[in-house]
Design a protein around this ligand. Structure first.
Ligand SMILES: Nc1ncnc2c1ncn2[C@@H]1O[C@H](COP(=O)(O)OP(=O)(O)OP(=O)(O)O)[C@@H](O)[C@H]1O
Ligand SMILES: [Mg+2]
Length: 250
């Protein structure tokens, strides 16, 4: 098992609270990884540390062998690690396609400034691929400001794909979606995960257990266990941390 991401003794303290408490965990390549755990377990904080959005108190995060701790979010994205944010950040006055085009253009400019003069066909090709991969072709010319909640979330994923990431972190991507939007988005996530490494934080247990190859369970800043859906659903410790919200663990 080769890890796409190896977290080693990672800690984040907020004052007296260890939101991420000396955790060590590997996320293997080429599988759909999910991270679950009750509210406040430290899942989003873990993503914030991995992507350099907040500084770690201590520890290492190896991405393809390079330590990301101490690097800027920008440097981390340009290494091929992207995420979606829970706060939606699309440009409402522009079409879906133009939103994606700007994101792709920005990334190509970053990785090679000369491409900004000669790179238009490459940008157009990448925009098409992303529209295809996210199913946003049907809305390419729609104003991003007029999209349904579910389609905005898909556009967020599309923007995170602009740099052709080798690892994509999704934090509750289907939160707030209708059942049909959920089904559609989950379908795209599963398809994406065949070509891009994905780590998914999700509270919808039905979805998590249906689509994940490997589940990492966090509680109180620590890793409770990691295993296949079968093993996780049978684990007494996992059932214990979810006591009080049994409807999530059916
Ligand atoms: N910037 C911050 N300052 C202080 N405390 C924080 C900060 N960010 C997170 N925390 C605390 O760290 C703990 C972990 O929070 P985090 O957001 O990582 O949990 P989570 O597992 O993502 O929860 P949820 O499922 O509700 O999204 C919580 O107790 C939270 O209040
Ligand atoms: Mg969270």
């Amino acid at each position: 098992m080769t890890a796409i991401l190896s977290v080693q003794n990672l800690t984040k303290r907020f004052g007296g609270l260890a939101a991420v408490d000396n955790i060590s965990v590997d996320f293997p390549k080429d599988v759909l990884n999910s991270v679950i755990g009750p509210n406040g377990a430290g899942k989003t904080t873990l993503f914030n540390l991995i992507t350099g959005m907040i500084p770690a108190t201590s520890g290492r995060v190896l991405f393809d062998g390079t330590d990301l701790v101490g690097k800027s979010p920008h440097a981390i994205v340009s290494r091929g690690l992207s995420r979606t944010l829970q706060i939606k950040s699309v440009f409402g006055g522009m079409s879906v396609m133009d939103n994606i085009r700007i994101a792709v253009f920005a990334h190509q400019g970053i990785s090679n400034p000369l491409r900004s003069i000669h790179g238009y066909p490459a940008v157009a090709r990448r925009v098409d691929e992303i529209l295809e991969d996210t199913g946003l072709h049907r809305l390419a010319r729609a104003n991003a400001g007029s999209l349904s909640y579910g389609d905005v979330a898909l556009l967020e994923i599309a923007l995170a794909l602009a740099n052709k990431p080798r690892l994509l972190l999704l934090d509750e991507p289907i939160c707030g979606m209708s059942p049909s939007e959920t089904e559609r988005t989950v379908g795209h996530i599963v398809r994406l995960a065949k070509t891009t490494n994905v780590i998914l934080i999700e509270h919808d247990m039905e979805v998590v257990f249906a689509i994940s190859d490997l589940i990492t369970v966090m509680a109180q800043g620590q890793i409770l266990m990691q295993g296949a859906p079968d093993a996780v659903s049978k684990d007494n410790r996992v059932q214990d941390v979810y006591l009080g919200v049994p409807e999530d663990m059916e």
